[in-house]
Design a binder for this molecule. Structure first.
Ligand code: GN1
Length: 345
């Protein structure tokens, strides 16, 4: 019922066909097809327990688009759509849920895993190009959509609180993972120190450049970098690390089977693609710490999944009890394999 009102609020008619799209772990997404005009849109219910101020998302999105439009950006961008009824990009339904719409880019596909080396290179190049174009103009105007999203000190303290409060059975299931977290705690500690000592320049970053957030054409060439919800000001090492984390994984993110799930060729390629536009612009510390960043962002992602598991899985959408534990295992296996490749212990 509410959905019809929302669709009408954006398109002017309730005569639309809605198809759910399962891609992200946070927001609910639908493809909306206007049966009268044939136009297509993407409609999302914003998870407001994560994004407390949804307006920030569209404010940032519009600023990013402005920067891309002013540059020679070779990729497409999505445009937020204003509601017809009000001067706003966010509509609230009668349950207080927040909705936003962006236009739909035709003839695209997405991947959950990188299919081959070429796609890895082109995707990393696309993200590098995106980051190059959105810096540094408007840096002071970008708002932080999720407080402490990239605050690793807070991530670790949240994890420690979850350990103290976890149900006994969940804790017992995760003993091996908790042990590995303890052994590698020095990874985020170094990051926290570098930030405290201002060694990492502040830049506008994407915040979630995983493979699911790139749209490809039929030849698997990147067409658009999407999902600008997490755009914020932080270190660019986060984006490199998250991209490396997502692209090098040979398994689905929730496949916890103990195998080597890291692809070293893709890792080297991702670095090359990422640095193509950015190499001359990054500082010595940034360039020196790419391998370290990849490890640390994987570690933090594992911490986030494990924290959620121990808290009873309230943050990430899950379809079975051990889902977040499998995701944790997948990340820790990836981290172990990356460290083996880098010849560390
Ligand atoms: C979430 O929204 P989605 O599914 O693209 C998460 C990312 C994680 C990712 C792990 C706002 O991304 O930070 O890296 O899951 N987004 C948020 O798959 O927490």
């Amino acid at each position: 019922m509410e959905l019809k009102q929302i669709v009408t609020g954006f398109t002017g008619t309730e005569n639309c066909t809605l198809t759910p799209i399962t891609n992200g772990l946070i927001n609910a997404t639908y493809l909306v097809e206007n049966n009268e005009s044939g136009e297509k849109f993407i409609l999302q219910k914003i998870n407001t327990s994560v994004f407390k101020f949804p307006e920030i998302i569209t404010d940032n999105h519009l600023l990013i688009n402005e920067m891309l439009e002013n540059g020679n950006y070779p990729l497409k961008m999505t445009q937020p759509k204003k509601a017809l009824s009000a001067e706003t990009y966010i509509l609230k339904d009668e349950n207080g849920e927040s909705w936003r719409m962006v236009d739909f880019i035709e003839d695209t596909k997405t991947f959950f895993k990188i299919p081959d080396i070429k796609t890895a290179y082109e995707s990393a190049k696309a993200v590098g190009c995106f980051l190059d174009m959105i810096n540094p103009e408007h840096l002071p105007d970008i708002q932080n959509p999720i407080p402490d999203f990239i605050n690793f000190e807070k991530r670790i303290s949240d994890y420690q609180i979850s350990l103290q409060n976890a149900r006994e059975d969940l804790l017992m299931n995760a003993l091996a993972e908790v042990e590995m977290m303890n052994e590698l705690l020095f990874l985020p500690e170094k990051w926290i120190d570098m930030e405290k000592n201002n060694l990492l320049p502040k830049r506008i970053i994407h915040g979630d450049p995983n493979i699911r957030n790139i749209l490809f054409d039929e030849n698997s060439s990147p067409l658009a970098v999407i999902d600008l919800d997490t755009v914020t000001v932080s270190t660019i090492l986060y984006d490199f690390g998250d991209m490396a984390r997502s692209y090098t994984n040979t398994l689905d993110e929730d496949d916890g089977s103990a195998e080597n799930n890291f692809n070293p060729h893709i890792y080297r390629t991702v670095k090359d693609g990422f640095l193509l536009n950015l190499k001359e612009k990054l500082t010595f510390e940034e360039l020196e710490n790419l391998d370290y960043a990849a490890q640390t962002v994987i570690y933090i992602q594992a911490v986030r999944f494990l924290t959620d598991y121990l808290n009873g899985s309230t943050y990430y959408s899950t379809t079975y009890n051990e889902h977040n534990l499998d995701r944790t295992r997948n990340q820790l296996q990836l981290l172990k394999s990356l460290r083996e490749y880098l010849n560390i212990d």
